[in-house]
Design a protein around this ligand. Structure first.
Ligand SMILES: [Zn+2]
Length: 246
C-alpha cells in the first residue's frame, strides 16, 4: 500500500476509534475505507459478522456463536468442514432469499447451495473482491501423520473493499501463501494447538507479510499476550478482543 493510503487508514481509525482501541460494548471494530466504514463484530472463536452499509456478511457462523435474533446474511463465507466453522443449521437460520454462500468444494458437499471458490481464486460480490487463500497444516499434524487441515481443502479469505484488505486466515499455520500476502490492512490470525499454530509461530508468520493490524482469533486456551509481546517494535498493531464471551 502506498504511504498516503496507509496514512488515510491510520487517520480514519483514530478518527472513529479515538485512541484506536476497541470501542463498542459488543466489541464491534470500525474501520475506515475509501467507501463506507466496515464494522466487524467478533461472535465466537472463528465466527464473525461484517457489516458494510446494509450488507451483512458472516464468516464461519457456527455454534456456540449466538446467531438468534441476528440480521439475516447477504453473504456467508465458510472456511472449512470442521464444526467450529461449518454449521448447516446456522447457515440455514441466517439465510434469506438471495443469500450467497461462498465456500470451498469440501464444504459444498454439505452446504450444497454454496458457490465454490477454490484456493487462489477471486470473485466479485457487490463492491467486494473476495480471494480464497490456502489454509493448511505444515507441521502440526494428527498422531496418524495426517494434517488436521489438508492443503487445498479449506479457504482463508481476503475481502477487498474500499481499497482496504481484510484477511480471515481460517485454520492454518504460517504457510507460504500467507507469508506472501501484500497490503493487508487487518488480519484475523488463528493460534491454537494442535489445530493451527502457537502464538510465537503466528507472530513469526505475521512479521513476514506485515499487516497493519492483527487481531488474534481462534485462540482458545492460548496466551495471546505472548503473540502481542512478540510483535512489539515490529510496527504491526495488535488488538486483543474477547472471542469467548460467557
Ligand atoms: Zn477451527
Amino acid at each position: 500500500m502506498k504511504l498516503t493510503a496507509a496514512l488515510f487508514l491510520t487517520a480514519a481509525l483514530c478518527l472513529i476509534n479515538g485512541s484506536g482501541a476497541a470501542v463498542a460494548a459488543d466489541e464491534t471494530q470500525i474501520f475506515g475505507t475509501e467507501r463506507s466504514v466496515v464494522r466487524i463484530t467478533p461472535l465466537y472463536h472463528a465466527s464473525a459478522m461484517v457489516q458494510v452499509g446494509r450488507d451483512i456478511i458472516y464468516i464461519d457462523p457456527a455454534k456456540p456463536a449466538k446467531i438468534e435474533g441476528r440480521t439475516a446474511a447477504d453473504l456467508i463465507l465458510i472456511t472449512d468442514i470442521h464444526g467450529d466453522h461449518m454449521d448447516a443449521a446456522d447457515v440455514a437460520a441466517l439465510s434469506k432469499a438471495g443469500t450467497l454462500v461462498i465456500a470451498p468444494a469440501a464444504v459444498a458437499k454439505t452446504i450444497t447451495e454454496a458457490r465454490v471458490l477454490d484456493n487462489g481464486k477471486s470473485t466479485r460480490w457487490r463492491d467486494f473482491k473476495i480471494t480464497a487463500v490456502p489454509m493448511y497444516n505444515i507441521s502440526h499434524n494428527q498422531p496418524s501423520g495426517q494434517p488436521y487441515h489438508d492443503k487445498g481443502r479449506g479457504n482463508g479469505y481476503v475481502l477487498n473493499y474500499g481499497n482496504r484488505n481484510f484477511y480471515f486466515a481460517g485454520d492454518t499455520e504460517g504457510v507460504p501463501e500467507m507469508r506472501a500476502l501484500k497490503d493487508i490492512d487487518v488480519a484475523f490470525i488463528p493460534m491454537n494447538l494442535p489445530y493451527t499454530m502457537t502464538p510465537a509461530e503466528a507472530a513469526d508468520a505475521v512479521k513476514a507479510f506485515k499487516p497493519k493490524l492483527v487481531i488474534p482469533y481462534h485462540h482458545k486456551g492460548q496466551d495471546v499476550e505472548v503473540f502481542k509481546k512478540a510483535l512489539e517494535g515490529s510496527g504491526i498493531q495488535v488488538r486483543l478482543l474477547n472471542w469467548y464471551p460467557e
